[in-house]
Design a protein. Structure first.
Length: 93
């Protein structure tokens, strides 16, 4: 496979980072609006938190600041959801 141009690689990287970050905002807004985290899986967000910790560390250790920055933002958003889940509860999910 021929090597893709750097601008194309970076475009996909930026798009992926923005989509990942934006994907958590609607959930945060919904929890805050409804004051309920009903149905949210505590385990899923706990595992996702660990995953973003690992991705952030990977980005830092490999010197890839875009990977580190995008995943650090995602980590903050996921920790927010996790905290809201603990605060407002969610049944047995």
């Amino acid at each position: 496979m021929p090597e893709a141009p750097l601008w194309l690689i970076n475009t996909f990287g930026v798009a992926a980072g923005l989509c990942s970050m934006a994907s958590f905002v609607p959930q945060i807004m919904k929890i805050l609006r409804e004051k309920s985290a009903e149905g949210l899986s505590l385990r899923m967000y706990a595992v996702t938190t660990v995953g973003f910790i690992c991705w952030t560390a990977y980005g830092a250790l490999s010197g890839s600041w875009p990977v580190m920055l995008a995943n650090a933002v995602c980590l903050c958003l996921v920790v927010t959801i996790l905290a809201l889940r603990l605060r407002f509860g969610g049944g047995k999910a």
